[in-house]
Every structure is written in structure tokens, then in C-alpha cells.
Design a protein around this ligand. Structure first.
Ligand code: AGP
Length: 670
């Protein structure tokens, strides 16, 4: 029976008659409820996992309990849409034992509109938002997927690398497939094992071992109401288990379940969980029982609400002064100057044994590494380099136990970064991760974590996590410098005071929001931008370009200004505004030289200048003034106007700022 066909399809499974429905009040999704803010230390004893990094990047939610599942699933998915937004779907098991699947291509709002407040009735279910890898983003390819008998529903994050051979085998034994996805083999495999009278949980365990690649899967079965089984293999994103009162939650990411519970546990690779209303039981793929104690999540639901801002990106930009305070709190003192990093894993002999540092990450986090490298050289007196994590694992890096590898990541689940960390682990390097998500895979793989701790970042374009990562990197460099005896008390005190002044200076930058919006109105129609910086502001130029292309789809290039004459200068004309980062530091004269060269070729220049710099202001077309700041910390100040510029330009161009096309917040695919 087809209940409804709009942009999507409602697919009642089981086929035994109409599935009961109930009418809800209009759904208000994705805004957080007020909850207690808890910072707690997390269980790191969940094993350092190995992963192969092949996966797709989807949001997963599951619920069993005493409430209606559908609104909770949709609400959870709304909080996860930054994970993927090609299509969305839910499956609910009703009280008659029918599985009802509702799915649509496009964003979650399309699914909600197609439901028109008529939600499937039932107290257990699973949901999914998809970022397509295998198969187009249409209704049949959307998750959840079903078996032939429509008894088993599955949501999946990852890539089943051997799905073609599994599919062929299943087809030969009579299974019929609807979609082009790799994921659909999973419910059919479970079905084939159920047919051999293997219990549901054992069937899922067997399937977990049959799949090649990295996966995160949640499955439910019509014969087992109120029971969900999930597993994680490799690094295809996490599975978080949330503990409520007489109800349990599953999710790929914490924000999905924060409004309902802050008691959570995580699956490590190679683990599975069986969830019923009363609680959870954990096993290895080999069937060995695992004990896990739920911990307090460090965030409240209020941290994931927009809080009156039009977009998460703007909220997260504006939060940055507070982000710095939160990253510093409890870690510095002035009399005498000192820096502490909680649970730092290496003692002073081990720190002395470090001969060099390699920083690695992707995207915005790589830009943080490029700045961090200069912190390490300057404050810790150690040779340092930075490398793109996706490249690192495919060369023959010279790493050993005398190398400290610092990985940087917002999510702690980026496949490329985890791959680089695995390479570092194989070569016995010491590892610290700078990460915003406690309990994530990166925090389990590294010997120690310097938490960014700035609360969930929901906008797909990373903003506040960059600032937090820079502060954390500076603290780490100062900590190493002090421990190695190369950073004397006076210089340490100066660095810490400079850090403590950052929130005030940043507030001055944010006060210019109106001016930057006016600039955006002047420039938003241009289709190409060039960003130039020098020294510590070179990564900032690259980040300015990345932000602009991510959210506004404008072609933008970021370069070290010294490179300009070696090629990019050929691009300069009146159609390509050049953003130069030119604070009054020791590289100022050289940046002025670049400005002259651009102007001499009829180019347009927008310059980030130190407040009151009339000289440069008179030579350029527009300026954004930034307060004077110490050279080492200037990226924290100079990157923020570029974030705001990208944001306002994107809004004026009508772009989807928080969920830009083709992107996903956590890139768990190589
Ligand atoms: C940043 O705006 C991007 N969304 C992206 O480059 C991101 O920084 C990158 O994917 C790394 O993510 P991570 O920090 O979670 O590892």
C-alpha cells in the first residue's frame, strides 16, 4: 500500500495493512533545550583503533524507548544535517511489527514536508541523512534500506568495499535489490542469516565480519521490537550510545542526542552494541563481552542552538573571544608565569627526547598546523614542519620515537588525519592530538589530547575551532618550550599575557561587522579573489580563500605573497580583487611592495591593516583595520575579518551558508 507520494515516498513495509499514524503539532527541530554544562574527563580506555579510511559521511540516529520514535529521530537528524544533506529517511517499527520507511532526496525539510505532520507510529526506529558516495541522491538510494521481506532496516555510514561480490552472491540466492548503493547488501545479508535461524544480534555480528572497509551501522528487525544493534569497524565515523530513563539513543554524533541525555558511551572500531530500552550490552566482533561505563558529555544542548543568530557560522564567528577564554581557562597563570596541560602524557625526560615536530591535518586544521609550526619553532625551539595528512601517509615519512606528531582536527574523525596518525603510530612516533571532540577516534589514537573544548561547531565551514586550535597550539608550544628549558619565565609570561589579551582584541575586530558587511555589498558580485599574506599570515591568506570558496562558491586562491611574482600575478586585473594581509610587522614593507605591484596592474586591493595605518590605506581601495597584536598571535586576529567577509558575501549571493553544497562537516572518506 502506498500511503503518500510527494517529492518522496512513504514505504510501509510488512504489507499487512495500513500502518497507524498520529498527527503531531508542527515540528520544531534542531534547536537545543537548556541543559547543564558539564566538563568531565572522558574514558580513553577504549582502545586505539585502526582504520582504513574508506567511508561516506552520513548522519545516523536510533531510538528505543517509551516515546514516539519518529519526532526524536527527525529532531536528531536535524541536529546532524551538517554531516550530509543529499537525502534523508527514517524507519519506525510499529506496535503491529511493521517497519515503515519514509525517505526523500534533498534536505531533511523535504522529508518533513512530505510527512506533513503524519508521522509513523512506534517507539523504536532509525534515521539517516546521506552524503552520497555510491549511487545518486534519490529516494531509492536514501537510507534506511530494507531486506526482501521488509523485516530488517539498516542505516549505514561507510563504504562496503566488497559489496559487488556480496551483491552478486545474494542475487544468485534470490535476493532482489532496489538501490544502487553498497549499503543495501547489509539488510539482505542479515536476512539471509535470519533465514538460517541465527538470532538477530548474532546475524548482525556475522555481517560485521563479512564487510570489507570502514563502517558504522545501525540495524533493527521487525521480529525484535525495542531492540537495535549497531557496530563500528574502522574509521567511518563514530557510534555514540546515549542513556536515558527507560530509553536509549544511538547517533553518529553527540549533538543529535544532547537534548535527551548527556550520559553517553562510544564504540571503538571492532565493537558492537545491542540496545534495548533498559540499557546497552557491548561485544567485540568475536563475541567477547566488553564493559563500558557511560560518561557525562561535555556539552549542553544549548551549545548547539543558533541562539538568535541567522546562521551557525555567524554565531560561531561571534563566539570566538569566548572560545579563547575557554581554551585558556585553568591552563595558565601569571605569577609566576606557568602553563599546564591536563593529562599531558610525556614526562620531562620524554619531552627532552623529542628532536623534531610534525604537524598534520586537513583543510582549516592544516592551516592551523602551518601556524602552529611557527609557534613550535619560536617557542619550543624545535625543528617543525607541517604536512597535509592525506599526503603524509602515502610518502615515506621519516618518523621515529624522537618525533612528536601533532594532529589537528575539529572532529577527530577525519579519515585522512586518522590515516596519517596510523602511519605515525606504525613508525613509533609520539602523538598529541589537538581536537574539539573528546572521545573521538583521534583522541583514542594519540598518546595525549590538548582539547580545544569550544563546544560543538555546527556550521560546516570551520571558524571558532580554528581559533581554539591556534590557542591550544600556542599553549602546547609554550609548554614544550618551558619543559625543554628554552622558554624563559619572562618570555613565557609575555606570551601568556598576549594570549590573555586576545579576547579583548578580537572583540574589537568583531565590532567592525557592519563595515565588513558593507564591503561585502561592494564585492559580492566578483567571481575570483586572490588572498596574499606573508610569514605567519600566509596560512591566514589560504584560510581566507578556503572560507570564501566553501561558503560562497567563489573561486579564490590563497598564496604566500612572495609567490605572486612567480605566476599568480598574471591573473591580476580589475576583475580579481586582491585581499592582502598587511599588519605593521617586520614583513610590512614587503607586503606594501606587493600592493604596489597589484595596483600597477590595475588591480583592486582590500587590505587588512593595523589600526591607524594611513600610509597603506591611501594606496588601496578598501581597508579593514585590525588592532595591533604580537606577530606570533596575529593570525588569531587577522583570520576573523576574512571569516566575516566570506560569510557576508555568501549571504548576499544567496548561498546556504551553514550547509554549503557538496561539503560535509566530518570528512570520513579518503
Ligand atoms: C573547514 O571549513 C572545512 N570544512 C574543512 O576544510 C575541515 O577543516 C577539514 O575537513 C578538516 O576537518 P577536521 O578539522 O574535523 O579534521
Amino acid at each position: 500500500m502506498r500511503v503518500r507520494k510527494a517529492q518522496g515516498t512513504l514505504v510501509p513495509a510488512g504489507g499487512l495493512g495500513d500502518t497507524p499514524r498520529f498527527k503531531t503539532s508542527p515540528l520544531r527541530l534542531g534547536e537545543g533545550n537548556v541543559g547543564g554544562e558539564v566538563r568531565d574527563s572522558w574514558n580513553k580506555a577504549e582502545g586505539r583503533g585502526q582504520g582504513d579510511g574508506q567511508s561516506n559521511m552520513c548522519g545516523i540516529v536510533g531510538y528505543v524507548g517509551h516515546q514516539m520514535a519518529a519526532p526524536i529521530l527527525l529532531d536528531g537528524l536535524a541536529r546532524l544535517e551538517y554531516r550530509g544533506y543529499d537525502s534523508a529517511g527514517i524507519a519506525v517499527l510499529d506496535y503491529q511489527g511493521h517497519v515503515t520507511v519514509c525517505k526523500t532526496p534533498g534536505k531533511l525539510t523535504t522529508l518533513i514536508e512530505s510527512l506533513n505532520s503524519h508521522l509513523p507510529l512506534g517507539a523504536s526506529g532509525i534515521g539517516h541523512t546521506r552524503w552520497a558516495t555510491h549511487g545518486r541522491p534519490n529516494t531509492v538510494n536514501a537510507h534506511p534500506h530494507l531486506d526482501c521481506g521488509k523485516q530488517v532496516a539498516v542505516v549505514h555510514n561507510g563504504i562496503v568495499e566488497n559489496y559487488l561480490e556480496l551483491k552478486e552472491e545474494l542475487k544468485r540466492s534470490g535476493h532482489a535489490f532496489n538501490s544502487e548503493t553498497d549499503s543495501e547488501v547489509i539488510p539482505h545479508l542479515i536476512e539471509s542469516l535470519l533465514a538460517k535461524e541465527i538470532p538477530f544480534e548474532d546475524a548482525v555480528r556475522e555481517v560485521a565480519q563479512l564487510l570489507r572497509g570502514a563502517q558504522a551501522v545501525v540495524a533493527m528487525c521487525a521480529q525484535e521490537p525495542g531492540h537495535l544493534v549497531a557496530f563500528r569497524s574502522g574509521n567511518a565515523g563514530g557510534i555514540t550510545v546515549g542513556y536515558g530513563e527507560g530509553e536509549m539513543f544511538l547517533a553518529s554524533d553527540l549533538p543529535a542526542i544532547l537534548p535527551y541525555t548527556t550520559r553517553v558511551a562510544f564504540l571503538a572500531p571492532g565493537e558492537m552494541v545491542s540496545v534495548r530500552r533498559e540499557g546497552a550490552r557491548y561485544h567485540s566482533f568475536a563475541g567477547q563481552e566488553i564493559t563500558k561505563t557511560p560518561r557525562r558529555a561535555p556539552y549542553s544542548a544549548v551549545a548547539i542552538a543558533k541562539g538568535g543568530y541567522r546562521h551557525f557560522m555567524l554565531k560561531e564567528i561571534m563566539e570566538q573571544p569566548d572560545v579563547i577564554r575557554r581554551t585558556l581557562v585553568g591552563r595558565i597563570s601569571f605569577d609566576p608565569p606557568d602553563v599546564w596541560l591536563e593529562d599531558f602524557p610525556f614526562n620531562s625526560a620524554e619531552i627532552q627526547d623529542i628532536h623534531r615536530v610534525l604537524l598534520t591535518g586537513m583543510g582549516t586544521s592544516l592551516h592551523a598546523c602551518q601556524v602552529g609550526r611557527l609557534f613550535i619553532e619560536s617557542l619550543a625551539g624545535l625543528p617543525a614542519e607541517s604536512d597535509n595528512a592525506s599526503e603524509l601517509r602515502y610518502r615515506d615519512p621519516i618518523l621515529d620515537r624522537h618525533t612528536l606528531v601533532i594532529s589537528v582536527g575539529q572532529s577527530g574523525e577525519t579519515a585522512d588525519t586518522l590515516g596519517a596518525m596510523e602511519t605515525a603510530a606504525q613508525l613509533q612516533a609520539r602523538q598529541i592530538t589537538i581536537c574539539n571532540v573528546e572521545g573521538s577516534q583521534a583522541t583514542r589514537m594519540a598518546h595525549g589530547t590538548v582539547g580545544i573544548g569550544v563546544g560543538p561547531e555546527i556550521g560546516v565551514a570551520s571558524t571558532k575551532c580554528l581559533t581554539g586550535a591556534l590557542v591550544a597550539l600556542c599553549l602546547l608550544a609554550a609548554y614544550l618550550g618551558k619543559a625543554r628549558g628554552v622558554l624563559d619565565s619572562q618570555r613565557l609570561g609575555k606570551v601568556l599575557q598576549d594570549l590573555a589579551a586576545m579576547p579583548r582584541l578580537l572583540s574589537q575586530v568583531l565590532d567592525q561587522g557592519q563595515h565588513i558587511e558593507e564591503l561585502a555589498k561592494k564585492y559580492f558580485r566578483y567571481d575570483h579573489f586572490l588572498f596574499l599574506g606573508r610569514g605567519i599570515n600566509t596560512p591566514v591568506a589560504m584560510e581566507g580563500a578556503l572560507k570564501l570558496k566553501e561558503v560562497s562558491y567563489i573561486h579564490a586562491e590563497g598564496y604566500a605573497a612572495g609567490e605572486m611574482k612567480h605566476g599568480p600575478i598574471a591573473l591580476i586585473d580589475e576583475n580579481m580583487p586582491v585581499v592582502v594581509i598587511a599588519p605593521r610587522d617586520h614583513l610590512y614593507d614587503k607586503m606594501c611592495g606587493n600592493v604596489e605591484e597589484v595596483k600597477a596592474r590595475g588591480g583592486t586591493v582590500i587590505a587588512l591593516i593595523t589600526q591607524g595605518d594611513r600610509e597603506l590605506a591611501s594606496k588601496v581601495d578598501d581597508t579593514i583595520e585590525i588592532p595591533e597584536s604580537p606577530y606570533l598571535l596575529s593570525p588569531i586576529i587577522s583570520v576573523v575579518p576574512l571569516q566575516l567577509l566570506a560569510y557576508h558575501i555568501a549571504v548576499l549571493r544567496g548561498c546556504d551558508v551553514d550547509q554549503p553544497r557538496n561539503l560535509a562537516k566530518t570528512v570520513t572518506v579518503e
